[in-house]
Design a protein around this ligand. Structure first.
Ligand code: EPU
Length: 416
């Protein structure tokens, strides 16, 4: 298990460049196998989730070449075989292979996906979409066998705007016969990125980014060149670092519109921000006002920034509240923040943060990816030395985090 050792209290100044979005890249890579040609994607982040997907592609027989920020995928030699559980459970996004293989070969055998343990995370909406397209789903324990003689465009209504189910519906229906209408779709920028990528291959998708998406099936998809959008969650995390302990910290290569729900809250708190279209300059705020935040699907406040935001709320003067509406188990960071000096109480899906409380160094542990990011932020602002254990969770989602933070003045290193 790897650890991060952080000596807190160093002012962060300079520039942090944002990498490609994890949650887009992890969908584009499985989606690439729907193409009959060679696909080249730029701005792929260098994180372990990408390595896990590459392992699945290569296991299936694809040729994958990584060169700097590019990945080139040739799926022409793929053999559609069962994906073993030990590789599918490495990450949530492995289930995009379920829909991509089903969409191309009308048959797939694989196991329940992995992912951070932040809630039950069922896949019923994805299975419902497959059935709406005419597929049959056989479940034996953790294993799913999905077959269709033919996939036929259908009407899919999601019970909740699930990101995963929206992407899976796109991938399964893009080569189906006829038109699929997907209602109550998720509207996250990552969905638009996936739809644009598929359209670059020759798909006919309209409405991505709204709650109704129409997918007119095509019989063939060609090779293409595409790009991953900047990671809005990475961007938000570093903007929060600047609000905690920055001095003119510039976060660049982002799309500021994608994190407007965060920057509006920061302005409400009194954090000094200079917002441009593709960069944000942020400094530590004084006498921050408390705020009330509720997580929602895009364009609402993202659940993935809820835990990193909690660290900043400990520095507001008064009581802030944070309500988590997406996941039932996303407060595992609270115990450790309290150990570091915070005063937070949990009441079902809501936490109450009393501020301002000074933070001090402690031994803590990353229970999941964004809990880890929250603790790294706390460690940067805390007095003394913090050791964050289990940082494999953090490195799954943040490219070169140690290098990026060291470059702007943090005292941070990795230890085994
Ligand atoms: N849900 C169901 N049934 C389904 C699908 C979802 O009940 O079939 C529920 C989930 O349990 C959850 C809610 O609906 O309560 C939303 O889940 P969603 O499907 O939108 O999430 P996801 O696709 O599993 C992606 C990201 C998450 C991010 C969420 C929400 C990837 C690989 N993961 O997950 O990212 O929190 O969307 O924006 O794209 C992270 O990066 O730390 C992370 C967890």
């Amino acid at each position: 298990m790897k650890k991060m050792v952080i000596n807190g209290g160093r002012i962060l100044t300079g520039e942090i460049k944002i990498s490609g979005a994890k949650n887009s890249a992890v969908a584009l890579i499985p989606a690439a196998l729907l193409s009959d040609g060679v696909v080249k994607i730029d701005n792929i982040p260098n994180i372990s989730d990408i390595d896990a997907l590459r392992e699945i592609l290569e296991y299936l027989g694809a040729t994958v070449v990584r060169d700097k920020s590019y990945i080139t995928i040739d799926s022409s030699e793929i053999v559609n075989k069962e994906i073993p559980e030990n590789i599918s459970k490495k990450l949530r996004a492995s289930y995009y292979f379920m829909s991509a293989l089903l969409g191309k070969y009308k048959h797939v055998e694989m196991y329940f996906p992995g992912g951070c343990s932040i809630g039950a995370r069922p896949i019923d909406q994805t299975l419902k979409a497959f059935r709406a397209l005419g597929a049959t789903v056989k479940e034996e324990g953790n294993k799913f066998t999905i077959d269709a003689e033919e996939l036929i465009g259908g009407h899919v209504y999601l019970d909740m705007p699930s990101v995963g189910a929206t992407i899976n519906t796109l991938l399964a229906s893009v080569r189906a016969k006829g038109t699929t209408i997907l209602e109550n779709a998720a509207k996250e920028p990552e969905i638009v990125n996936v739809a644009t990528f598929l359209n670059n291959m020759g798909a006919k998708i309209t409405g991505a980014g709204t709650s109704e998406i129409r997918i007119k099936g095509v019989s063939k998809l060609t090779g293409c060149f595409s790009e991953v959008i900047p990671d809005r969650i990475e961007a938000g995390t570093y903007v929060l670092a600047g609000a905690l302990i920055g001095k003119d910290l510039k976060i660049s290569n982002l799309i500021s519109e994608h994190i407007e729900s965060l920057t509006l809250k920061l302005e409400e708190m009194g954090v000094p921000l200079k917002i441009e279209e593709d960069s944000i300059v942020v400094s530590k705020g004084e006498h921050l006002k408390p705020v009330n935040v509720k997580t929602l699907g895009y364009p609402g406040f993202p659940t993935d920034l809820q835990q990193p935001l909690t660290t900043l709320l400990t520095q507001c003067e008064g009581t802030s509240t944070l309500e988590e509406t997406i996941y039932e188990n996303r407060f595992q960071n609270v115990e450790y923040l309290n150990k570091m000096g915070a005063d937070i109480t949990i009441n079902k899906r809501k936490i109450y943060i009393e501020g301002k409380t000074p933070l001090h160094g402690e031994e803590v542990s990353a229970t999941d990816l964004r809990a880890g990011a929250c603790l790294v932020l706390a460690a940067l602002a805390a007095k003394g030395k913090t050791v964050v254990g289990n940082v494999e969770h953090v490195l799954r989602g943040y490219e070169n985090m140690i290098e990026k933070l060291s470059n702007v003045g943090a005292d941070i290193k990795e230890e085994n």
